[in-house]
Write a protein that binds this ligand. Structure first.
Ligand code: WTA
Length: 682
């Protein structure tokens, strides 16, 4: 580990914002020694309706033994993030600049939006939200695909101080309902449907079941605003499409295209009808620096999702500065992040970071495989993309098709290639570097979390020497520490728990309506530190290598899941007595779910049961959580006190007979049976 070092391309270094390690180290030092000055300088480019009180620029407590955890940046300041992203850029002459090129699932569908037009549309939708009674602090749920309206909806919320809570449109109705219930949202914004590759997703239908479920559980969402997206797509996309798929739903409403959409009068309204008469100006609501901007649910190791809450000023500073430096964005560049807005990467690096820098981005609705496996590279050439940001799982899936689909395209405009969501394996790194980047691009392997708001460990283009598989060094203001099991700091090379000693501006402030869980989850194990839940290794050059989760979480195709969540879904099935789930390595997804189930006495384990269980997990959590393997376990290995020994189950999944100490195991006999029933991953 850590032998091969790739130096940044010298042409890139000459023009990059941070062009040498000496410059990085210098800036890093000042960000740590004098954080108020460092971030205060960055804050100067933005508009503050009221400036921050100089003596209260930054305050925090990270030590739970000394009192409640709190983090505050720029206390006393007021601002509006939407104003900073749009009005400020239009005023400085970027009105006609393209904010987004939209590329549809079908290559025949595309459009664009300038900064000026985006501002107008945002104002109109902000007025629509106001007309539905949304005011500062109210939550608005967003369940939408990657279309321009999702950006408009997000920014309209922030313009009036409403808190958006985006739910990834791949989540099932149940997961969506759980999130709407927890956030007590007033309004939901959705879309009739969307094509992903060859598949039509009827989002409004899913949204309807979620709304119904949410109501049953005690929370009624007042308004559902629906975007009519399908009818405006190209004929080729809608060929023999929608009417059939949307079938016989009633009561229904027909959209202009003739397809049927389930409809509840009094609650559901069309976006285009509401927008028609809405004014294109809307005065921004000035909010406090520490007022909430958005919440986003992420998996928790106990199963119940956590509503990670981000606030205004610090998040703006951090999204803006990480975007500028980590992608080395310069005016005139075209940037493309393939992440969905339903994940944190979409929040910070599709919406807030790029717009805060007046950048031009690509927003892509489709998949890397449609209509062909070269779609990403086609788009890179079409828009002359300079910075490209994706996930290792996508790279691995594309590598399978060899180099030919890539070689059809020039990719000559690329300069920075980003990776996010999980450790990038050296094989994928090299493919990215050589085949996509032609050995002249900087690869930025960005480590961060929903909770961190932005990149915390990352190389900088043109600056940091790269090692395939290492996220390298901390971003400005970030103080990473490795701890051993006893909470002792590991200095120099070694491996331990990855924690942070001090907050940077973009870190989460709390879990929505549950500060206690926030403190227990992140600050209890090691008082004085924010605990990431990941392990890491530090090499002799001080480079960090994130090794993966240390809790009961796993990362499937870059999506974080808790094994507890899947276990409770499986064991809720009437034929199942007990279930245990472990993570298993997967060649494309990175990790996948390997499930052990014990059926009830009178139930026979069958293919039908396996299919049913898989379907249940899909329905309950979402398609990305579908188990790879469901193995019959007549019994589970347990300690004498009845705790399931997942360590042993992991060994079974890996077919590793070296299972270590089993002295606490109640019944040894079960192990051989489990090995015999083992299923190989295809
Ligand atoms: C993992 C995604 C290694 C890690 C932005 C983290 C990574 C979790 C990397 C957060 C990386 C993310 N190298 N591991 N470059 N990036 N992770 O909240 O386990 O969806 O804790 O945020 O993904 O996932 P989340």
């Amino acid at each position: 580990m850590g032998k091969t070092v790739y130096m940044p391309d010298s042409t890139l270094s000459r023009k990059s914002h941070i062009s040498s390690m000496a410059q990085y180290l210098d800036m890093y030092k000042s960000s740590i020694d004098t954080p108020e000055e460092f971030w205060g300088d960055i804050a100067k480019q933005f508009h503050w309706e009221t400036p921050a009180s100089p003596n209260k620029f930054f305050s925090y407590n990270f030590d739970i033994t000394k009192g409640p955890i709190h983090i505050k940046w720029m206390e006393g300041a007021t601002t509006n993030i939407c104003y900073n992203l749009l009005d400020r850029n239009v005023k400085s002459g970027l009105g006609d600049k393209i904010a987004f090129y939209w590329e549809g699932n079908d290559p025949d569908d595309y459009s664009r939006l300038t900064y000026r037009k985006l501002l107008e549309e945002v104002c109109r939708f902000a007025n629509v939200l106001k007309s539905k009674g949304v005011t500062k602090g109210d939550r608005v749920a967003i369940y939408m695909p990657m279309i321009l309206e999702v950006i408009i909806a997000i920014l309209a919320c922030s313009r009036i101080g409403a808190v958006h809570t985006i739910v990834f449109a791949g989540f099932s109705a149940d997961s969506f309902a759980e999130r709407m219930l927890d956030s007590k949202c007033k309004v939901v914004v959705t879309t009739d449907g969307v094509w992903r590759g060859q598949k039509l997703l009827c989002l409004k239908e899913i949204c309807d079941s979620a709304l119904e479920r949410c109501k049953k559980l005690g929370h009624e969402v007042e308004t559902c605003i629906v975007i009519e997206h399908l009818p405006r797509l190209s004929a080729s996309q809608n060929r023999n499409g929608i009417t059939e798929e949307n079938g016989d739903i009633s009561p229904e409403k027909r959209n202009a295209f003739g397809s049927k959409i389930p409809w509840t009068e009094g609650r559901d309204v069309w976006w285009h009808e509401e927008m028609e008469d809405a004014s294109t100006s809307c005065y921004p609501v000035w909010v406090g620096a520490e007022d909430p901007l958005f919440m986003l649910y992420t998996s928790g190791s106990t199963g119940k999702p956590k509503g990670v809450l981000h606030t205004t000023a610090g998040y703006l500073l951090y999204a803006a500065s990480t975007f500028k430096y980590v992608f080395d964005y310069r005016p005139g560049d075209v940037y493309w992040c393939t992440a969905d807005v339903g994940w944190i990467t979409g929040h910070t690096y599709v919406v807030y970071g790029p717009l805060a820098n007046g950048a031009t981005s690509v927003l892509f609705e489709g998949t890397p495989f449609h209509p062909d496996n070269d779609r990403y590279w086609l788009i890179v050439d079409k828009y002359r993309v300079n910075q490209f940001y994706t996930a290792p799982t996508a790279l691995r899936a594309l590598m399978k098709f060899g180099d030919e689909p890539v070689k059809k395209h020039s990719l000559s405009t690329l300069q920075v290639l980003g990776s996010v969501g999980e450790p990038i394996n050296p094989e994928a790194w090299h493919w990215y570097y050589k085949i996509i980047g032609h050995e002249k691009c900087s690869i930025v392997d960005t480590f961060w979390q929903t909770e961190t708001g932005g990149h915390v460990i990352t190389p900088l283009p043109g600056c940091t020497p790269m090692k395939p598989g290492s996220a390298t060094l901390p971003f400005f203001g970030v103080l990473p520490v490795l701890l051993d099991e006893n909470g002792k700091e590991i200095l120099g090379p070694g491996e331990g728990y990855l924690v942070f000693r001090r907050p940077w501006p973009g870190i989460m402030r709390t879990l929505f309506a549950n500060h206690e869980r926030f403190e227990t989850t992140y600050f209890k194990k090691f008082p004085g530190y924010y605990c990431t839940g990941d392990g890491a290794h530090r090499d002799e050059d001080g480079y960090l290598w994130v090794t993966g989760r240390v809790d009961d979480m796993l990362n499937v195709s870059g999506h974080l899941l808790s094994t507890a969540e899947v276990e409770s879904t499986l064991s809720a099935h009437p034929s199942i007595a007990e279930a245990a789930v472990v993570s298993q390595a997967h060649p494309i997804k990175g990790e996948c779910l390997y499930c052990f189930v014990t059926p009830n006495e009178d139930v026979e384990f069958s293919e039908k049961l396996t299919d049913e269980l898989k379907r249940k997990v899909r329905e309950k959590i979402g398609p990305f959580a579908t188990p790879e393997v469901i193995q019959h376990a007549p019994g589970l290995p347990k300690t004498r006190s009845g705790k399931i020994m997942r360590r042993i189950l992991r060994k079974v999944a890996q077919n590793d007979r070296d299972i270590g100490d089993i002295s606490t195991l109640a019944d040894e006999g079960i192990i051989e049976i489990l090995f015999q029933n083992r299923i190989e991953i295809k």
